[in-house]
Design a protein around this ligand. Structure first.
Ligand code: NAD
Length: 448
């Protein structure tokens, strides 16, 4: 069947009102949970084949994440989908006002490759929980994970409700010509613009989950041991191929040397090596070559080795970096961490204010004034004080970018809202209405 036909079938199926039933939504969320658990080993194998991601990392950053999402919606669907009563103003008495969350219809989810299960299925789960039909187009770059998702979902779900469409740029371009009720895109800012333009043709609303250069600032008032340990973990997880990984470090000059040493200590302690099954590989040759070019020999503080055959790049610290260096011109998206020194915290915030708004920002300090300035002065999607990445694991926090790093958000109730329309209903009593609003407007009425 052609994809256009499947989309039309989804639109027809949506009109049958089946997906609006809470029982129906829960039944399929449970089914998705069951097939993920049943095929867990297949999912681990596929991602290991794609970029050597370990079972432990895949469980903690992908599978458990998705299962938590499903459980969240199973537990909260009744309250999330309930109409909410609100107060009625004087001009509308006697009346009742309420807000009714309703599904949008047929959703297109376009996924990225770096957390292929989480970034594809988490929006799908929210879309289904909100009562929509959905087409998922995972990233073709992680080919094995795309195939396994297509297999387990298309064998178990009716295509008129949920369908995984395999393909790359051509297939996505074809999809983008069709009219959806919402498009949820995760990927680069460059492709985000293509998606936004295509969506505008149909006035389709979008969520764009994009990237950018996310800074981590470490001041002299930070707990340096904790900061180094958490930064090393968050940066080199998935070999740096994480949209919210700290892209570069801004370290106060007085602790610069000591902090670099502490970073080195933890990289060594974590035992990342080209033989390790715990350390993820670079996704493909193209990205490998792009990253290797960013490692300038004279700037290496630690690491810098790589193995092309294994697509392995050692965790690498670059020192004596300036804003003009190549590594500071684009999102790194790999295991290379440039470190810039600063002397004045407020000036560094001013510098960041001149740059594009990043998806994440991190601050390590115990100083309340610095925490306050970081939170109120800078604009970024979301972030942490004294940690990295972990903000997105709290489903009570919305996850999304701002400006160049994206528009819209999801996770928890925010995911449900992203795929719902809030419909307003005012119900009026048929008696007790003042006649003043109706013409003719006599002098008496005008002076009322
Ligand atoms: P990408 O933009 O290259 O690809 C994303 C999706 O778009 C894929 O499904 C791909 O098939 C499709 N695509 C690619 N080129 C296209 C084109 N010309 N026309 C139509 N569709 C096209 O991104 P990627 O390499 O998969 O992911 C890396 C980027 O995504 C990084 O910038 C990263 O920061 C960002 N990212 C953001 C988040 C987030 O949650 N905000 C999460 C992960 C990755």
């Amino acid at each position: 069947m052609e994809i256009k036909e499947i989309v039309n079938h989804q639109k027809d199926f949506f009109k049958t009102q089946q997906t609006k039933k809470i029982k129906f939504r829960k039944m399929y969320l449970e089914k998705l949970r069951d097939i993920i658990i049943k095929h867990e080993e297949l999912l681990y194998e596929a991602i290991y084949k794609d970029f050597g991601k370990s079972k432990f990392d895949t469980f903690t950053t992908e599978i458990s994440f998705i299962l938590n999402d499903i459980n969240y919606y199973l537990n909260n669907l009744n309250s999330l989908s309930k109409p909410k009563k609100v107060r009625t103003n004087l001009a509308n008495q006697i009346g009742k006002s309420s807000i009714h969350p309703e599904p949008l219809g047929c959703i297109l989810v376009i996924g990225a490759w770096n957390y292929p299960y989480q970034l594809s299925l988490s929006p799908v789960i929210a879309a289904l929980a909100a009562g929509n039909c959905c087409i998922l187009k995972p990233s073709e770059i992680a080919e094995n994970t795309m195939k396994v998702m297509a297999k387990i979902i298309n064998e178990n779900f009716p295509p008129e409700y949920l369908y995984v469409y395999e393909g790359g740029i051509d297939e996505t371009t074809e999809l983008l010509k069709l009219k959806f009720d919402k498009i949820f895109f995760t990927g680069s800012t460059k492709v985000g613009k293509i998606v936004y333009q295509a969506a505008a043709e149909h006035l389709t609303p979008v969520v764009l989950e994009l990237g950018g250069k996310s800074p981590a600032i470490v001041t002299k008032d930070a707990d340096l041991e904790v900061a180094a340990k958490r930064i090393v973990w968050g940066k080199f997880l998935n070999a740096g191929q994480t949209c919210v990984a700290p892209d570069y470090l801004l370290v106060e000059e007085s602790i610069h040397e000591q902090f670099l040493e502490t970073l080195r200590k933890y990289i060594t302690e974590f035992k990342y090596s080209s033989d390790s099954v715990q350390y993820t590989r670079i996704i493909n040759e193209r990205n490998f070559q792009r990253l290797v070019k960013l490692i300038k020999k004279e700037k290496i503080y630690f690491g810098g080795n790589y193995d092309e055959k294994k697509l392995f790049i050692e965790p690498t610290l670059l020192n004596n970096i300036s804003w003009e260096d190549d590594v500071m011109q684009e999102e790194i998206f790999g295991p290379i961490l440039p470190v810039i020194s600063f002397t004045n915290f407020n000036l560094v915030l001013n510098t960041l204010l001149e740059l594009e708004k990043p998806l994440a920002a991190y601050l390590f300090t115990q100083n309340p004034e610095e925490k306050e300035a970081f939170t109120t002065k800078l604009s970024f999607g979301g972030g942490c004080i004294n940690d990295v990445i972990m903000h997105l694991s709290n489903d009570r926090l919305p996850f999304g970018g701002v400006g160049n790093s994206g528009t819209g958000s999801y996770h928890g109730k925010f995911g449900f809202e992203a795929f719902s329309h809030q419909k307003s209903i005012l119900e009026k009593s048929t008696w007790g209405e003042p006649n003043v609003k109706y013409p003719p407007y006599s002098e008496k009425k005008l002076n009322w």
